[in-house]
Write a protein that binds this ligand. Structure first.
Ligand code: SAM
Length: 245
């Protein structure tokens, strides 16, 4: 039987390809294999060692995390994390939490209970004696007891960070509600979105109904990732620019 393939190849722009190359160059493999397997990354001039495990999604490091870390490190003038209150959703192996902490933020790193052990281990080993603030690693299942765990009166975040949290899981509504609850008037969301299949990708359109959305990186042709900044619809873009400085 004759198969007909009519896939259209979208050319990768030089800017996109160069940026993707610079981001992926942040990772390296250990030259000597020791008793423990780890993957290496360089951010803020420091070597970061991440232990992965293949049994759960959150124990693998996804390229979106590198995209977000690269952005944070190279845009420190505009997005200065020093002394800022930051929460990461779906932190996984912890790279974004680690890099934000190295950049001076007070970070609350969250994920599902199953992921806590590996996340805590990676965060501790890479931030101990290197950061101004010790990151807090704690459970947060989207949509569950968020108001009790993070009362607005005492928990006000400057930034919500999220890398690759939208994919084919059944908690997209809960994730949206969690963003909505945690994002206060002056909060900025920095979210790296990996595009996969249409049903999940439509999350971006639904997100846009609740938040202003600005595209910071378009790496869709190289890595299938876009990096967004978002803020509440009742806040203007100008105000947010000033808040970020
Ligand atoms: C694809 S991984 C991305 C991990 C990490 N941010 C990265 O980019 O390497 C998705 C993360 O979302 C977390 N997650 C999935 N469903 C969740 C839920 N209902 N509540 C909280 N976290 C969840 C997973 O445990 C996992 O760490």
């Amino acid at each position: 039987m004759k198969m007909c393939c009519s896939y259209k190849t979208i050319p990768v722009s030089p800017v996109d390809a160069e940026l993707a190359k610079a981001i992926m160059a942040r990772s390296f493999h250990p030259s000597v294999i020791g008793s423990e397997a780890w993957e290496g990354y360089v951010f803020s001039g420091l070597e970061i060692r991440i232990k992965e495990s293949t049994d759960v999604y959150g124990a693998v490091l996804w390229p979106s995390a590198m995209v977000l870390c690269h952005f944070l490190e190279t845009n420190r003038d505009k997005y200065n994390l020093t002394d800022k209150n930051v929460i990461e959703l779906g932190a996984g192996t912890g790279l974004v939490t680690i890099v934000s902490s190295l950049l001076g933020a007070k970070v609350t790193s969250t994920d599902l209970p199953d992921v806590m052990g590996n996340l805590r281990y990676n965060v501790m080993r890479n931030t101990k004696d290197r950061c101004k603030y010790i990151p807090l690693v704690t459970e947060l299942t989207w949509g569950q007891e968020v108001e009790q765990r993070f009362p607005r009166a005492t928990h006000c975040f400057d930034y919500i960070l999220a890398a690759d949290v939208v994919y084919a899981h059944p908690y997209l509504d809960e994730l949206m509600d969690t963003f909505d609850y945690l994002c206060q008037e002056n909060t900025q969301i920095l979210w790296a979105m990996r595009f996969r299949l249409d049903p999940e990708n439509s999350f971006v359109d639904r997100f846009r109904q609740r938040f202003h959305l600005e595209e910071l990186y378009d790496l869709r042709t190289s890595l299938s990732i876009k990096l967004y900044r978002a803020w509440r619809k009742d806040k203007t873009s100008k105000d947010q620019g000033e808040a970020a400085a």
